[in-house]
Design a protein around this ligand. Structure first.
Ligand code: 2HA
Ligand code: ZN
Length: 273
């Protein structure tokens, strides 16, 4: 029994590869983190070492003290995770102040967790608080069709949510709360982390203008499925516009309300007329 035999680690590796196969992770693009369940931490602890230094993150979250995360490595290629997990991902522990991490496993040839770790960490904090600890996964990908839409749609939650909801009938069921939009910002720091986590108080997904998408969820399947559903809807929207004829008919607000009734979901009322 080793670290790579633990179910959570296997799910993490599979998700990295699934994203690579979708074409969302050119070079070192995109990143993934998972907040490890206490029983999984117990299984993993025999493999941890505690020699690496604490590293301050520039952000702080009191409800994340003592948590452990699996994280992709900064500058690492998600396509390589399945080939050499021990060199491309790591497990980090959060300190008692909730402002620093240290690597306790992985990145055996050196490195640090994803450059977007501050964003992931703050998103974990707000999603865990909003869901009574249920949400454990934060995923960032460079989804091409959604990125394309950030050049032509107004950069607001209403415009994006409605365009996506109307692009495929299942969308309002998958993300009834809608999606938030972060304007263009420099990636990798505390500023974009705080802007994203503000939106994550309300939404499961936040678009990063001209960059990609952040999504959150309780497990790997639901979180990957959310990324996939949003990107597929964006792709359909791009195809519609590419036909060059405009939109003749669409899913109406009455249709959206009917879907919500039938599937027992509450659509964000800000985005329905
Ligand atoms: O990991 O995607 O946003 C590289 C990135 C930064
Ligand atoms: Zn990115």
């Amino acid at each position: 029994m080793g670290v790579l035999d633990i179910t959570a680690i296997q799910g993490f590796i599979k998700m990295c590869n699934d994203g690579w196969l979708q074409g969302w992770h050119e070079r070192n693009g995109g990143n993934l983190t998972y907040r490890i369940r206490p029983e999984e931490v117990t299984e993993l602890k025999p493999f941890f070492t505690y020699e690496k230094p604490w590293v301050n993150m520039g952000v702080r979250a009191q409800n994340m003290t003592g948590e452990y995360f699996i994280a992709t490595g900064s500058g690492k290629f998600l396509r390589n995770v399945i080939l050499e997990p021990q060199n491309n991902i790591c497990i980090v522990e959060i300190n008692e102040a909730g402002d620093s991490y240290r690597i306790v496993w992985g990145l055996e040839q050196g490195g640090k967790p994803t450059s977007e770790f501050p964003s992931h960490f703050m998103n974990h904090s707000v999603r865990a608080a909003a869901t009574n600890g249920e949400y454990r996964v934060i995923y960032h990908a460079h989804t091409p069709s959604l990125i394309a839409l950030t050049y032509i749609l107004p950069l607001d939650a209403r415009s994006f949510t409605r365009a996506l909801w109307q692009s495929a009938t299942e969308c309002p069921v998958v993300f009834p709360g809608g999606v938030g939009v972060v304007p263009w910002m420099v990636p990798g720091g505390a500023e974009i982390a705080l802007a994203t986590s503000e939106l994550m108080k309300k939404y499961d997904a936040a678009v990063w203008a001209h960059h990609g998408l952040f999504v959150s969820g309780p497990d790997f399947d639901i979180t990957f499925g959310l990324m996939h559903t949003i990107e597929k809807a964006a792709d359909i929207y791009v195809r519609i516009l590419s036909c060059g004829q405009g939109i003749r008919q669409t899913i109406t607000d009455e249709n959206l309300k009917a879907i919500a009734r039938e599937f027992g979901v509450t659509l964000n009322p800000e985005f329905i007329d």
